[in-house]
Design a protein around this ligand. Structure first.
Ligand code: AMP
Length: 292
């Protein structure tokens, strides 16, 4: 496995691999790798090209009061994990390599989609995400990019960017991987106290309850949200920031639930902020897909 910290070094390597006829399968991450990331890497490997994983905690997608400083980082462990999975190339730049001079003048603004739900609670977040992904896509030049559906709005933002700006990449959304008790895997989970960790799966149980109601034929968003809230209300320490039934592409709220609507949630447990989502209304999609 080769590890690059500079754009120039990475590009030289990838140019060679590409001219040898290899496709580039790209998994962008912020490190602290867990089973969710691993599932993306395994999915990328199945597509047969060279797997490139980036590890970069991108400062521009964190707000002033957010957890950039305390975000978990463990490069050595991540490199060992990546090596064990047969990753060929890791790109682990520092902030100075990605943002020379500590700033960037040109940014990608995803418009209204970037300002609702996650974007409303984390102003500037999706501009940071879209901009760093635009940079990474231009640096890596991937054929395919593997993204987790756990960050559903991020998938929508990047789909929109790739379409609007004609990036020649295919985005491959992958299922959410969960702990046995349903909690969506996240690097932030390791910051939960034991008590919070025991409470956190209520988020998934609430989503499941609504999803079951939708499968049983409930088409009213209000009633699905009511089902969810009834579960969450029993856990006042799980402070819900938003809970909505939305269109999968625009993330606009819907009143009547179409077959592939998303139920999206963000909740705070102490200082840890967790997000999750599920499809409501599609009977075929297994509710516990990706559970370990
Ligand atoms: P992050 O390191 O949190 O920026 O995540 C990097 C990629 O892994 C993103 O595409 C995430 O959506 C994806 N990811 C994070 N958690 C999970 C999970 N539990 N299941 C599937 N994908 C995930």
């Amino acid at each position: 496995m080769k590890v690059f910290t500079t754009v120039e070094g990475l590009r030289a390597e990838l140019t060679e691999l590409r001219s040898a006829g290899q496709t580039i399968e790209f998994v962008p991450t912020m490190g602290a790798l867990h089973q969710g990331h691993l599932s993306l890497i395994q999915r990328a490997r199945r597509d047969g090209g060279v797997v490139v994983v980036s590890i970069f905690v991108n400062p521009t997608q964190f707000g002033e009061s957010e957890d950039f400083e305390t975000y978990p980082r463990d490069l050595e462990a991540d490199l060992a994990t990546a090596r064990g999975l047969g990753v060929e190339v890791v790109f682990a730049p520092d902030a100075a390599e990605m943002y020379p001079g500590g700033e960037i003048r040109t940014t990608v603004d995803p418009g209204p989609l970037g300002r609702i739900l996650e974007g409303a609670h984390r102003p500037g977040h999706f501009t940071g995400v879209a901009t760093v992904c635009a940079k990474l896509f231009n640096i890596v030049g991937p054929d395919r990019v593997y993204l987790g559906r756990k960050d559903a709005q991020q998938v929508a933002v990047l789909k929109q960017m790739v379409g609007d700006l004609n990036f020649a990449v295919e985005l491959v959304p992958c299922p959410t991987v969960r702990e046995k008790d349903g909690l969506a895997m996240s690097s932030r989970n390791r910051r939960l106290s034991p008590g919070q960790r025991r409470e956190a799966p209520v988020i998934f149980r609430a989503l499941q309850a609504a999803s079951a109601a939708a499968r049983a034929g409930e088409r009213s968003s209000d009633r699905l949200l009511g089902v969810c809230r009834a579960v969450l209300d029993r856990h006042p320490s799980v402070r819900v920031q938003y809970l909505e039934v939305v269109d999968q592409l625009t993330f606009e709220p819907v009143d009547r639930v179409p077959p592939d609507a998303l139920l999206v949630i963000a909740a705070q447990l102490g200082s840890v902020r967790l997000i999750d989502n599920t499809i409501v209304g599609t009977a075929e999609r297994p509710e516990r897909e990706g559970v370990r």
